[in-house]
Ligand binder design. Structure first.
Ligand SMILES: [Zn+2]
Length: 64
């Protein structure tokens, strides 16, 4: 029941990743964070990310 490594689900790629950061209640894995930081990534990824954030924002607003 007690796993040595606690993996959390990334809010962007929706995969369980060990390394990541929390922004408020949002968890973003290392690789997604890196992609966002190195933002000469494609519009597509950025749009996808914004979509995710919008969804998360809705969730957060519904809770509060
Ligand atoms: Zn991710």
């Amino acid at each position: 029941m007690n796993e040595g490594q606690k993996k959390e689900k990334c809010s962007v790629c929706e995969q369980k990743q060990e390394n990541g950061i929390h922004i408020c209640d949002i968890y973003i894995c290392e690789s997604c964070e890196r992609e966002i930081v190195n933002s000469d990534v494609t519009d597509e990824f950025y749009r996808y990310y914004l979509q995710k954030l919008r969804k998360l924002k809705h969730m957060l607003l519904n809770i509060s």
